[in-house]
Design a protein. Structure first.
Length: 454
């Protein structure tokens, strides 16, 4: 027995009795009414899954207009209701009218019991599928809202920042590919999220992919997905980031760290607007807005043969250069106050403030790690302070000049940072080349930089 409620509306009591007897063994509840006027005052119409509705109720009238009228009334009260029309006068044009008005099927009297049961069951299965689709869409909508919730804000009032935000506002409403460049820690992902938030895709997902953390052998699987059994650990079909971002925005961070082989595969997906899962030959169309970011000099990498020129053209329709913190003037203090309040609240030290001398120290520092370095500096100071006022000595800052061979770094961490910084400088910010010089994998180098807060 199916867990469904059926309502039968017919002026012929013999028809009602026959249908009640037939359906009661198949469905959890069957209710009958003989007067369609009861529909208007029916309290729980939406509780039913299916309505079987007669087309004619007045003696001698067989136009079907009465049934069409009551069909419209039912759909006013319950727009998603599955309605099956019944009539003793079969006519193609009448059936077409009923279907156009929202009925899902048509039964002729006298009916064949097996055929009628099959029609009602099909209507029930369709109703159940529609309900599941609606629930899935609601879950998808809620999930998108949750994913797109961004508690990070673009903070500052400097001319340099406002120039960038004005450009973002102009570009956001288009679907052109955008390349966001800038030093580590400047907030390139925040700019990408702002592009998405202001775009026509803002109600769809924003998928962020850290290309520097994806190993070479998992690149295709992560971005394009894979089929079950395509490699050892592929225990089920899995969609990649391109499919996950379909309809929304795909943000590829650290794109300058891709190998030439990976670049070729990415270029193909962007050009064809299709992807092929690992282990499959089927092309899957994708509709994404692509935003990429890097701290590398891609133009120099193209000249050095380390980055494909055709890929650069594809991702670089619009380029947005995020200014370093040292070029944003008093935004340093605005950001410092923001993070001070955030971490003071987090660690239960409300009421903290930064004195004038400390503010001057923060303003005079070059911030090689940019906003990421600033927030770590503020958090560390909040944790370690015992007073209510942060002074210059509460902020531990390391200028680049302090990290030289002559200064003799005093800790292993400082020495490691010095070596990595030198290697990256010598290789124009290219992680792959720097990693090779240092004798480690690109992923290891990237993880070390993350750990050091750079």
């Amino acid at each position: 027995m199916l867990d469904a409620k059926i309502l039968v509306i017919d002026d012929n009591k013999s028809v009602l009795s026959a249908l009640e007897i037939l359906l009661q063994f198949e469905y959890a509840a069957v209710k009958t009414i003989s007067n369609p006027n009861q529909i208007s005052s029916f309290p729980d119409l939406t509780d039913f899954d299916i309505v079987l509705l007669d087309m004619n109720f007045s003696a001698g009238v067989n136009t079907g207009n009465e049934g069409l009228f009551w069909l419209r009334e039912i759909r006013k009260k319950a727009p998603q209701m599955s309605v099956i029309m019944m009539t003793a006068y079969g006519a193609i044009d009448l059936a077409v009218k009923a279907l156009k008005e929202g009925a899902i099927d048509f039964i002729l009297k006298p009916w064949n019991n097996d055929k009628l049961l099959a029609t009602v069951k099909s209507a029930y299965e369709l109703k159940k599928s529609q309900k599941e689709v609606y629930q899935l869409k609601q879950k998808e909508h809620n999930l998108k809202q949750h994913i797109n919730q961004n508690k990070n804000y673009i903070i500052g009032n400097s001319k340099a920042l406002n120039t960038i935000l004005n450009l973002v506002g102009k570009v956001a409403k288009t679907d052109v590919n955008v390349l966001v460049t800038g030093e580590n820690g400047t907030g390139k992902e925040l700019i990408a999220r702002e592009l998405h938030k202001l775009s026509n895709r803002c109600n769809e997902v924003f998928i962020s992919v850290d290309m520097g953390s994806i190993s070479e052998n998992l690149f295709e699987s992560e971005l394009f997905g894979h089929t079950k059994g395509s490699f050892t650990d592929a225990k089920e079909d899995r969609s990649g980031k391109f499919e996950a971002a379909n309809g929304g925005t795909l943000f590829l961070d650290e794109i300058g760290n891709l190998s030439l082989q990976a670049q070729a595969k990415l270029l193909s997906a962007i050009q064809n607007k299709t992807i092929v899962r690992v282990g499959s030959n089927k092309r899957i169309p994708v509709d994404i807005r692509l935003v990429c970011a890097t701290n590398c000099n891609l133009d120099q990498m193209v000249s050095d043969g380390l980055f494909r020129e055709d890929l650069l053209y594809r991702i670089n329709t619009i380029r947005i250069e995020v200014p370093p913190l040292r070029e944003r003037g008093e935004d340093v203090l605005v950001l410092a106050d923001f993070y001070l309040n955030k971490y003071a609240s987090k660690y239960g030290k409300q009421g903290l403030r930064i004195n004038q001398a400390a503010q001057e120290k923060l303003m005079s520092y070059s911030w090689p790690g940019n906003i990421r370095e600033l927030l770590h500096t503020i958090e560390r100071s909040v944790i370690l302070t015992d007073g209510s006022v942060l002074k210059p000595e509460d902020f531990l800052l390391h200028s680049k000049t302090a990290l030289s061979v002559d200064s003799g770094p005093e800790t292993l961490e400082a020495m490691e940072l010095l070596m990595i910084t030198n290697a990256l400088n010598q290789n124009e910010g290219n992680y792959s080349a720097a990693a090779e010089q240092l004798g480690v994998s690109r992923q290891t180098l990237y993880n070390k930089m993350k750990k050091l807060g750079k």
